[in-house]
Design a protein around this ligand. Sequence first.
Ligand code: ZN
Length: 1027
Amino acid sequence: MSQQGYVATPPYSQAQPGMGGYPAGFGSSPAQPLYGHYGGQPQSFPAPPTGLMKPVSSPSGMPPSEVSSQYGSNIQQNGAHPQRYPAPPAAAAASPYGQPPNSPYHTMAPQAPAQQLTNQMGSMNLGYGPGPMQNPQAPPTSPPAQQPFQTAPPPTMGQSTLGPPPTGPHSPQMAPPQSPLTGPSMGGHPSMGGMGRPFPGPPPPGSGGFQQPGPGAAGQPGYPQQPQGQFGGQMAGPFQGGAAHMSGPPQKKLDPDSIPSTTQVTEDDQAKRGGQVYTTNLRGQVPPLVTTDFTVQDQGNASPRFMRCTTYSFPCTADLAKQCQVPLGAVIKPFATVPKNETPLYVVNHGETGPIRCNRCKAYMCPYMQFIDGGRRYQCGFCNCVNEVPTFYFQHLDHMGRRVDLYERPELSLGSYEFEATLDYCKNNKPASPPAYIFMIDVSYANIKSGLVRLVCEELKTLLDNLPREDGAESSTVKVGFVTYNKILHFYNVKSALAQPQMMVVSDTAEMFVPLLDGFLVNFQESRAVINNLLDQIPDMFADTNESETVFAPVIQAGVEALKTAECSGKLFIFHSSIPTAEAPGKLKNRDDKKLINTEKEKTLFQPQKGVYEQLSKDCVSQGCSVDLFLFPSQYVDLATMGDVPTHTGGSIFKYSNFQVEMDGEHFLSDLRKDVEKAIGFDAIMRVRTSTGFRATNFFGAIHMNNTTDVEMAAVDCDKAVTVEFKHDDKLSEETGALMQCALLYTTVSGQRRLRIHNLSLNCSAQLSELYKSCETDALINFFAKSAYRAMLNQPLKTVREILVNQTAHMLACYRKNCSSPSAASQLILPDAMKVFPVYLNSLMKTGPLVGSAELSTDDRAHQRLIAMAMGVEDTQLLLYPRLIPLHNMDVASDVVPAPVRCSEERLTDAGMFLLENGRSLFLWLGQACPPELVQRVFNVPSFAHLPADLSSLPVLDNPQSKKLRSIIDSLLDQRPSAMKLLIVKQKDRSEMLFRQHLVEDKGPHGGASYMDFLCYVHCEIRQVLT
Ligand SMILES: [Zn+2]
């Protein structure tokens, strides 16, 4: 963001030891000899040897008396239950938290070495010529004449005969891939004609992903432009071609079962690691996949629920990193929900002086601090500075050099914990106040007429009983306030002493102020009667309104001003219908222009209007004011601009187009309930510290950055993630590894100031094979999605897609060149941990934001772009590879959800019924030949033909099929961050198009290649890189 006109007021500037204490110049830590923080032990957190554990009481002598007592009195579990940190079991000393000491992964076997695709895929027969693993019966390589790409075949393509996957609708189900060459013959050809060869020639220099535009360079592509016309004429970009068919002799059949399968990878990981305890005691350990069901036991590294990395083994040098082009990143979800069977975070209090921190780099006390000199000093694991141990914190060391109280102190033995923050960490050195929630309802004609206003008011009467509270607290301390608006704003005094609420009108929206101090923000319990009275009156007060114009920026401004006045942080819930056209600051106009699609200017559709909204974001962030926007548009609203403040303040955007209470009411209310009730922290500032040799350089999320290191979030809730990119600035040591500490200072829902710390230690290696072995595809695709969605603001979509493919080809080519055993160039070889990366990447390029189709609404594309920016790994995984669950053969007697199948039309059957969900959309698809008994049992109509066209919910029926299906849907809805509206889709109906765009292995209905074609194409790119 431009700094222009914005007076940066660091909110914590007076708190020197606190957040203001972030030293300038951090990040370029002085090069110092490394002492080996782990005493030569390559694994960071070996469980203590049995019998070493000392009793809690400290030995007499050195330590001040408060040492032993301090712990017990100052540590409590998160929330209000004072609960002692469990003392280590005396006998089973090796297990600090009472769990089995040896995790199943303690001696994690090295993953299978580089696997060749021929191994993984068993039988993929792409006609790439005989390779080591190829079936000896494979026919000889086809002649060059069978070039599938119609235009300008590059020389390297000559010998490939890329047999197409079937494309005919509802082909018979594939036979299992018993033999690569005996599957049913595939008739169709891919429609790749016209797509040319989009990525010819060497990759652009320095192609290592998306470059951040420098300050003041906004709008300039940070990436070298590809010369026009290089990509086969008028092509909009890769895989945008219309249908054209290959000529030539019939192609060899390709078995779709033979290419790497996400569902298989998911199932395999669940089978191998599901249901187990994952202990975090090892450095560089790769966690189970996000889709796997496992329990985490923190033993010194943050749970993967809080932090996941693109790779758990960083390359030692910048050269290696550049060579492989695998982004080094972490996806941090600081408030991730911890399941009930896992321990909540402990809260540590270091007393009046605040948390103990390294004097130089300000890192917080953590398991990576090495105590030396008999326990009198400690060496920082991040910057190597040697610090004095404060007297009250002194403890003796055992013969292994570890503090004897190691396992009694969360900050010495756990990956994640919280510190109570002192006044130094509070704004203006004043204690924080509990946050406030302000409900701001657009009462213009559209919202009144749709019934939305009445629906919201009715719901709030009960919903406000569920405001977030500290664990164990009887009631919430969050205050509430109410505003209604159209062209003018109405504030309400709902002080408990009043018999009737009072309205105050502000019609001068240019100079927004809050007309009342006392009685605007109140405790719901105390003012319940007045508030309910108000909520009853609002729908009637505006029932006859003709006002169709609205303001928007002044509404946010009013909310910020109210929080400023109350000196608290908080959240605005805005329920808004239309583009704000009324004469006021932040007035918007329709700038939607489909003609811009696939041109250099397409990016402007997604760039927010600057000025008022940019300034508002800054005001909101400095006040700790998060904005959640519920939109109910019937036409274009310039979502790119209206969503700008929410996406810079840790907020969310919900959109219900053409809202109808009967059809969409429940969907909206479910979202609202989840949103109001969810766990959240306010007025947050996050800092990611790293050990020497690398640092965090780039951040993606619903965040605001006022400088290069402090991630400011007006609020951060349990679903929001920040993706961080790391770069080398020196060599990393294999011995010490790469350490990171994420520290989040925030205000709890009860107004306490806290620091939440997440520590993670990774391995470092001079061998790239280690990096590839330790990759996590799901985290990688999260990184790629966010970086591409940001890059599309500054570069043409075509360029963005090219960079994605180029970088992928480079990652895979580097693996091939450096890590795999020699094999024929014609073989596609993928690292095991990345083998399904291409299907995710192809799916990403087919998402609304990147696909460049005039058939999609600009607001929808902008919306998808904005919400994805704050997603965690689970959410992007599911978004880019939806779950397609067959339901026609489900075992109604068991609780098990049927195993998902691959997202392809081929997996559908005419006699089938399938559920598809991606965390945003939920479909129930019915084949035309769906058995009438099943239709009867689920829908209570005699057959498929009797199903009404506009069905949007399932009847509640008392039979096993109906019950099981509804329970599957309910449990899905329960797990996802946002609610989903069930769409029932009949095969061959018009609505099937919506469903089909989620079949990500197929050719995209709005453009984009099938998985099979894309894989062939990536292979060509890899070969290009290698030659
Ligand atoms: Zn330090």
